[in-house]
Design a protein around this ligand. Structure first.
Ligand code: PGA
Length: 256
């Protein structure tokens, strides 16, 4: 019912046009028959233009890793969502844990960015997730609920339906430690319950919830098979065409 979505978040890697294009030229033929999974490549800003050019007339969409909530003006170093749209970006990642932890982005800031993106028709992948010590002290659901209510504050059902949520336990990002499929599914179920409680059942059924955190070809299928997991946000394994292809294939095989 929900189309799986795989995001390849390159982070601060492959940011030159030639590096990006080299990877994409390998990926495009591998994935060209896959139509049952949404594929979104998210390169650094400096490679956005060449990435968008390279994937024209393919089944690959392009996203940005961040944006500002204003459209233009004196905001040195920031990127307007209007620029992203004009360039041909279909998605933007908001509130990635690295933005939250390293660059101190708050739920309130992510909420402002999210509302702006939605108002301009830019699709969003919004990340939430707990730190290790929060999990170890049994506070995962409390943290997720707090992030959920503040990050998605004042969205109506129609707006919420357009958001892709990425559940990314921070202790699993780039660490090689993956949540078990059961641990991930438990929180995906919880997020879907929050959607039902704060919005309605229809919205809860529509919203895609990706898992992120050390997804690799070898663990992807077991994770994606879970009923409430609608694909993944992939960092490390998205840098090589072969491994990203295998993860995308796992999402295709796991369609419920
Ligand atoms: P990872 O990153 O796959 O390298 O753990 C995932 C993410 O940060 O989105």
């Amino acid at each position: 019912m929900r189309k799986p979505i795989i995001g390849g978040n390159w982070k601060m890697n492959k940011g030159t046009p030639s590096e990006a294009t080299e990877m994409l030229k390998k990926l495009i033929p591998l994935v060209k028959e896959i139509n049952s999974v949404d594929i979104v490549i998210v390169p650094p800003f400096t490679a956005l233009y060449s990435t968008i050019e390279c994937v024209q007339n393919t089944n690959i969409m392009v996203g940005a890793q961040n944006m500002y909530f204003e459209e233009k003006g004196a905001f040195t170093g920031e990127t307007s969502p209007l620029f992203l749209k004009e360039l041909g970006c279909k998605f933007v990642i908001l509130g990635h844990s690295e933005r939250r932890d390293i660059f101190k982005e708050t739920n309130e800031l992510v909420n402002k960015k999210l509302k702006k993106a939605l108002s301009l028709g830019l699709n969003t992948i919004v990340c939430i997730g707990e730190h290790l010590e929060e999990r170890e002290t049994g506070r995962t659901k409390e943290i997720i609920e707090n992030q959920f209510s503040n990050t998605f504050k004042d969205l109506n059902n129609e707006e919420m339906s357009k958001v892709v949520i990425a559940y990314e336990p921070i202790w699993a990002i780039g660490t090689g430690k993956t949540a078990t499929p059961e641990q991930a599914e438990e929180i995906h179920v919880f997020i879907r319950e929050l959607l039902t409680k704060n919005y309605n059942k229809k919205t809860a059924d529509i919203v895609r919830i990706q898992y992120g955190g050390s997804i690799k070809p070898k663990n992807a299928e077991d994770i994606f098979k879970k009923e409430n997991i609608d694909g993944g946000l992939v960092g490390g394994a998205s840098l090589q065409a072969d491994s990203l292809y295998e993860v995308i294939k796992a999402a295709e095989t796991s369609i419920k």
